[in-house]
Design a protein around this ligand. Structure first.
Ligand code: 2M8
Length: 421
């Protein structure tokens, strides 16, 4: 399946709906690819890093030559951005920084294989270190806010239409209705995708960014969408910890020190967002200066980071409990994007309720990492069961396990490969 989605230098996120390379998809996919071919996994990460903007940002999409996706390179208009490197065709926003985590796991696999794989992987790691440090640094400076990370579009979170962002999107002023064709609806049922109203706001934000040539400073003055993302910040903590270990192995003590400090600072920032009533982490609407308490998978940022603090334990119990994975109506005891008991639940609609195999993998991996082997095993077994019909859906209906969105989604296959090897 991954071979079918492979364009040589990049794996399409999905065969028809997503014919390009997405940043965090590629990082996840590289983890699975390493089990099949270490050099191919490295090639995937190399393509991601080659798209790095002059500012340090890793863009969320690197476009292939395949048609059929909206918004494409021309629609984004990033050619006007002074920070776009020559020859790169990319979008103008980012996605969660899974890349250093992927590099660490690729290196681990290369060590198991030894020989040429190890040599190639170590050479690549030495090269990648500087770019990954610049990427993390950009997230903590250009996008640093209250020791977590600020995002400028729901697409940056990767959880595009999660109810987490509803209040923020309500403040996005669509001053003139934009004309465009929703190519995604050629490949997925409209009931499983964001609405037209949501797309008006998504594209309005691109227009706002374009008006200031995607400049990191000026964009903050014109954007209707500025919000911190605790889930992304928790991923930055994990990635900075991975980069610390990689740097130590490569004898780069200064990088290790910087990344360790980044992980500590960001971890404290994420823990400081916890709502004392619900126990979940909260995002913060920067323009409106208010906390966003909508309950969603994003609230489990502390579980993701791991650690022994009481808050993390409390979140773990909530996640495993009857409102979430342990809900009696769940087809499998896996983390849904929104609780089945939430008034915001829309069980077929994208990030508003379905279960996402790649998130199952992420939660299982972080559980293993933080010593909760029993959680990791339970999620792995249920996650594999969910994928048993080999359709490798992008997401699944939480009660019936119906396959939704794009079939043959690359990162869903990655979860199966990693769990089975
Ligand atoms: C989805 O997002 C894209 C926009 O970036 C889309 O709907 O067109 C999200 O699930 C995102 O997290 C993912 O990276 C991307 C490709 O799988 O699809």
């Amino acid at each position: 399946m991954l071979r079918d989605n492979d364009l040589g230098h990049m794996i399409k996120a999905g065969p028809s709906l997503y014919p390009h390379q997405w940043s965090w998809d590629a990082a996840f996919v590289a983890i699975g690819l390493a089990q099949l071919s270490v050099p191919r996994a490295i090639a995937e990460l190399r393509t991601v890093l080659a798209g790095q903007w002059r500012t340090g940002m890793l863009p969320h999409i690197i476009f292939s030559d395949e048609p059929g996706y909206f918004p494409d390179f021309d629609d984004w208009g990033t050619a006007v951005a002074p920070a776009l490197p020559a020859g790169v065709h990319s979008s103008g926003i980012c996605q969660p920084p899974v890349h250093a985590i992927a590099l660490e796991l690729v290196l681990q696999q290369a060590r198991r294989c030894g020989g040429e794989d190890l040599q190639v992987a170590e050479e690549f790691a030495a090269e990648a270190l500087r770019r990954l440090t610049r990427w993390h640094e950009w997230l903590s400076t250009a996008r640093g806010y209250a020791d977590v990370v600020e995002i400028h579009h729901g697409w940056e979170s990767g959880m595009d239409n999660s109810p987490r962002w509803d209040e923020v999107y309500a403040g996005v002023k669509v001053s003139r209705r934009l004309e465009f064709a929703r190519m995604d609806l050629n490949h997925a049922d409209a009931s499983e995708r964001p609405s037209d109203e949501e797309y008006q706001r998504y594209i309005t934000l691109i227009e706002q960014m374009k008006s200031v040539q995607f400049d990191d400073v000026r964009v903050k003055e014109v954007l209707d969408f500025r919000v911190t993302d605790v889930f992304m910040a928790a991923i930055l903590v994990l990635a900075a910890e991975s980069l610390t270990r990689i740097a130590e192995d490569l004898g780069q003590a200064d990088v290790a020190t910087t990344e360790r400090a980044r992980a500590e600072r960001t971890r404290a920032g994420v823990l400081a967002t916890i709502d004392p009533v619900t126990g979940l982490c909260r995002d913060f609407d920067i323009n409106a200066q208010r906390w966003l308490s909508t309950e969603s998978m994003g609230g489990f940022a502390a579980v993701l980071m791991g650690g022994d603090d009481a808050e993390t334990q409390r979140q773990r119990e909530i996640l495993l409990g009857e409102r979430w994975c342990g809900h009696p109506e769940m087809a499998f005891p896996l983390p849904p994007s929104v609780s089945l008991d939430s008034p915001q639940l829309r069980p077929r609609e994208y990030w508003r309720g379905p279960v996402w195999p790649v998130m199952n993998w992420l939660f299982a991996w972080t559980a293993l990492r933080s010593g909760h082997r029993e959680d990791a095993l339970a999620w792995r077994l249920a996650g594999l069961d969910q994928l048993r019909d080999l359709s490798f859906g992008e997401y699944y209906e939480p009660r019936t396990n119906e396959t939704l969105g794009s079939p043959q989604q690359s990162w869903s296959a990655m979860a199966a490969i990693d769990w089975l090897t």
